[in-house]
Design a protein around this ligand. Sequence first.
Ligand SMILES: [Zn+2]
Length: 313
Amino acid sequence: MVTLVQRTGASLGDRLPAPGWRTRFAPAPTGYLHLGHLVNALHVWGLARAFGGHVILRLEDHDRTRCRPEYETALLDDLEWLGFVPDHGDIAQFRLGATPGRQSDNGAAYDAALTRLGDMQRVYACTCSRRDILAIAGPTVAGEEAAYPGTCRHNRQSPDGTRARRVVLDDGEVRFEDLALGPQQQIPSHDCGDVLVRDRLGHPTYQFAVVVDDLKQGIDVVIRGEDLLASTGRQIMLAHSLGRGTPPLFYHHALIRHADGRKLSKAAHDTSLRELRASGADADSLIGEAAKRAGLLHAPDRLAASDVAQLFA
Ligand SMILES: [Zn+2]
């Protein structure tokens, strides 16, 4: 018997789409999964199982310079060990090779989307380095991004000079109702400027790939950590430019953090699920621990992946 944290307010079920809606669990195989990923899985599977959603497994391996096959194998092993079963994107199929759920197999979709935006005169080549952008945008507060100042939009570069491409973002505000955080308003043209959609190596960027994937896979609800909240307005704008009439709904959940406030990260080698498993932890205890640290349980009771709906029902 687990003790749930009580919540108030309008029922989440009333604000979600009709049963059959789709969400995704979309880790990047650039390191081992840690407790932060488990917290995201709890929200994705918990909300889907409680309110009639379907979970799609997507491997976000667009950044080919950082992805490694052993991370992908470990990620699939961890999910199976924990007991989280996707409704689309079978783990066994991922192990066999090509699936539409792997970004590296979706190059044609990103190219087609870029062509579509190019036909609308929204795409331009960008030769700016990060240093160039910082030099013009000025110093930024730690953790804040530098907005792209539009240098190459006004001074069109030869497309032969780089493979990097940006998409023109319209001025104006984007408003949306976050399912967890309430009403939001962002001005992407001010916050980030024109979005980099392809990097200088020719790889789609995260911002572009997720929008194309969410559109292609018919994702209705995006459930992710609040560190991505600031990306939402620009993603809604990009999706609109690509013909999406109604944007997906968003649910941004809190991240679990170190005692000093830093978020857990793969880069910092925070204790991975596989290390915890190797040191004797069992799956249900880890899930309960993650639920406790995410504020979904009062005490770290054991909890099976098949029972996470009760965290939200
Ligand atoms: Zn530029």
